[in-house]
Design a protein around this ligand. Structure first.
Ligand SMILES: [Mg+2]
Length: 403
């Protein structure tokens, strides 16, 4: 089992991280300050360390410097958690030997992606240095998953993949206007593999390309059947991964799938993240313009958590942005979140963009969004992600938000 040490002085953040990592089957250790963190790292020798940069007494830099000077922890993958994204902090951390950074607040997917990518790099390095076949067992979990995934794709066992749908509801009318499609992998050997584990792995191995194409095809086909049943206005959102987004033939692929399923392009919404855009802004804008020329819609997902500058937002050919669940959680009680969320909604209004709030779980959160004229919501308050059949039933029974 892969062991992860979390060094973080804010107990709420620490406990959340530990809970999330245990749910992903990592063995976890927590330390409330730098000194305890160093002790635990030396006695328990974790496979990876997540460490807050700003802590009283021994801060993240001091912890990292200490651990890099001990042979037993000299090469342990080390990811800084930081509340600010300043270049000088990054440089100082890199010079000391940090492997990566996560700027708070980060999403679950970003966290797992950073961890998996570091662990697999470490495994490759360990294998290379040791040059012995037995070190392949360094990370059995991830390697087993990868082998199974390759197997499933090679044998064409795509029925192991399932697409679930989470309804997106107009806050004014209370009606379902769209759904976000979410990929699940039900492996006969491994059971249900969560998207948080699957997507970063599929992305890092390139397997995301055939899987992503299958998802697009599947989702367009299912949406067309709902349209044929009379729900002709329902749109469908598909999350694109970075590798898919930068594929040179993405435009042709999507065009082909839309034509094959006789689905009007404006019913398809492609969700991309700020981080993906910022990888190469000019190329991203060109791709987005090309996709828009097809007629498909573009949404920025998890808005507010990436690094994008508001200056770019004006230039981006997008239709919608989704406010990350971090800002929505307890937005009615947290004055800072309330200020940011209402500003984001106002900005969307001024820029003539649609705005969707993610992770709406309570009536009070919904009331806040309603009062501030947010267009649409998605979250457990209305519905969890459901199967295609269940989604169609929600449409048939005209499920709507209580007004
Ligand atoms: Mg999404």
């Amino acid at each position: 089992m892969t062991k992860i040490l979390v060094i973080e002085d804010e107990s709420v953040v620490r406990e959340n991280l530990l809970e999330l990592l245990s749910a992903e089957d990592f063995e976890t250790l927590g330390a409330p300050n730098g000194r305890k963190g160093v002790d635990l790292a030396l006695s328990e020798v974790p496979d990876l360390i997540l460490c807050d940069m700003m802590m009283p007494e021994l801060d993240g830099y001091a912890v990292l410097a200490r651990l890099r000077s001990e042979p037993i922890t000299a090469t342990t993958p080390f990811i800084f958690l930081t509340a600010k994204a300043s270049k000088s902090d990054f440089r100082q951390g890199m010079n000391l030997g940090a492997d990566d950074y996560l700027t708070k607040p980060f999403t679950r997917a970003e966290l797992l992606s950073a961890i998996l990518s570091r662990l697999s790099k470490q495994a490759t390095m360990t294998k290379y240095l040791a040059n012995k076949p037995e070190v392949k067992t360094f990370l059995p979990g991830i390697q087993v998953i990868e082998a199974q995934l390759r197997g499933a794709l090679q044998e064409g066992n795509l029925e192991e993949f399932k697409v679930n749908y989470q309804p997106i509801v107009n806050i004014n009318s209370g009606k379902i206007i769209a759904a976000e499609s979410l990929l699940r992998w039900q492996s006969p050997e491994l059971g249900l593999v969560s998207p948080a584990e699957l997507i970063p792995l599929a992305e890092s191995t390139g397997l995301i390309v055939p899987i992503g194409e299958w998802v697009l095809q599947r989702v367009c086909q299912e949406t067309k059947t709902w349209h044929k049943s009379g729900f002709t206005k329902v749109n469908i959102a598909v999350n694109l991964s970075s590798r898919q987004f930068y594929q040179p033939d993405l435009y042709e692929q999507i065009d082909k799938i839309l034509v094959a399923n006789d689905l009007a392009a404006h019913h398809l919404e492609l969700e991309i993240t700020e981080t993906m855009i910022m990888q190469n802004v000019n190329s991203a804008i060109a791709t987005m313009k090309q996709l828009r020329s097809l007629g498909v819609q573009i949404t920025i997902d998890d808005f507010g958590t990436g690094y994008s500058s508001l200056i770019y937002l004006k230039q981006l050919p997008i239709n919608t942005f989704k406010i990350d669940r971090y800002f929505i959680h307890s937005v009615n009680e947290d004055s800072e979140k309330a200020a940011i969320t209402s500003a984001l909604i106002q900005m969307a209004l001024n820029l003539n963009l649609q705005v969707v709030a993610k992770g709406v779980e309570t009536e009070a959160e919904l009331d806040f969004l309603r009062q501030h004229n947010c267009d649409a919501m998605q979250g457990f308050l209305f519905s969890h992600p459901v199967t295609g059949v269940e989604f169609e039933r929600l449409l048939l029974t005209k499920q709507s938000l209580p007004m």
